[in-house]
Design a protein. Structure first.
Length: 279
């Protein structure tokens, strides 16, 4: 007579392969459901039922029935004190992102590519400067990926920046992210004082040029203390790699022919985030 364990595993008839390498992993059972959101969108999810001896791939990305999913944590199911199945939360992949530190994104150097699910959350608006609405996203990654507040994500020519990153109850990394406007990646010239000329009693002008980002100040969402500068209409944030330049508060920088005064500079991972105001 077959055991309950054998009966439970008998219906493992869906082949599961690794989402990155394509290697065969194990057989499983699947079920689907649609979770409705308040905005009317539907979250495509699937529960993967696996034998307790099965190990998930290290990067937690699988393909089932021709569809690619990232996986969360597993929950044990059992009877009479014996674990006979494990249920795994999964989310259908929407994009193949490049995960970048702010310094990598600024300099255009390569990051780490990873599958993820991008899901619309809401629109945000900078009421102090304009009336344009910008989409704000939840981007879900497998917990095996490395990302943090301030990380950039790129797909195609579009960049996203994480305001915050947290591990949710299902075992996914949830990056709450702003979609940056087209043209946010720019050339930045830092205007600096050169060598002293005793004949003219002046300092020569020089500049350091690098690449970085400029975007609405409210998207930084990082007022540190009461002594920080208040945000005025038109203020922006500039992000540049720490390896490229050392900014000086009070000096100016130039972006697309416009001069900006550096009001504050804070470090974030491998980059500077600068509060700037039009001269």
């Amino acid at each position: 007579m077959p055991s309950l364990f054998d009966v439970a595993n008998h219906f493992d008839d869906i082949p599961i392969t690794d989402g990155y390498s394509g290697a065969a992993l194990f057989n499983a059972q699947t079920s689907t459901f649609l979770g409705a959101s308040p905005d009317g969108s539907a979250a495509q999810k699937r529960v993967l039922s696996i034998a307790p001896s099965v190990n998930l791939p290290s990067r937690r990305c699988v393909v089932a029935l021709g569809e690619r999913y990232i996986t969360g944590d597993a929950i044990a199911d059992g009877i009479y004190g014996q674990v006979i199945r494990r249920s795994v939360w999964t989310k259908m992949v929407t994009d193949y992102f490049e995960i970048l530190t702010p310094g990598q994104a600024s300099l255009g150097t390569a990051g780490t590519s990873a599958y993820a699910r991008r899901q619309y959350l809401k629109d945000t608006v900078n009421g102090a400067t304009d009336a344009e609405y910008d989409p704000f996203w939840e981007i879900y990654f497998a917990r095996s990926e490395t990302l943090a507040k301030g990380s950039f994500f790129k797909v195609g020519t579009t960049f996203y920046r994480a305001r915050s990153v947290h591990l949710d109850e299902a075992g996914f990394l949830d990056a709450l992210s702003d979609e940056l406007d087209d043209g946010s990646r720019v050339t930045v010239a830092f205007n600096q004082s050169g060598a002293y000329d005793p004949v003219t009693d002046t300092y020569g002008a020089t500049s350091v040029t690098t690449t970085g980002f400029i975007f609405d100040r409210y998207k930084l969402y990082d007022q540190l203390t009461e002594t920080d500068r208040l945000i005025h209409a038109g203020d922006m944030t500039v992000v540049v790699a720490t390896s490229a330049v050392t900014p000086v508060i009070g000096r100016t920088l130039t972006v697309s022919g416009r001069d900006w005064t550096i009001l504050n500079a804070t470090s974030e991972q491998d980059a500077w985030t600068l509060h700037v105001r039009r001269v």
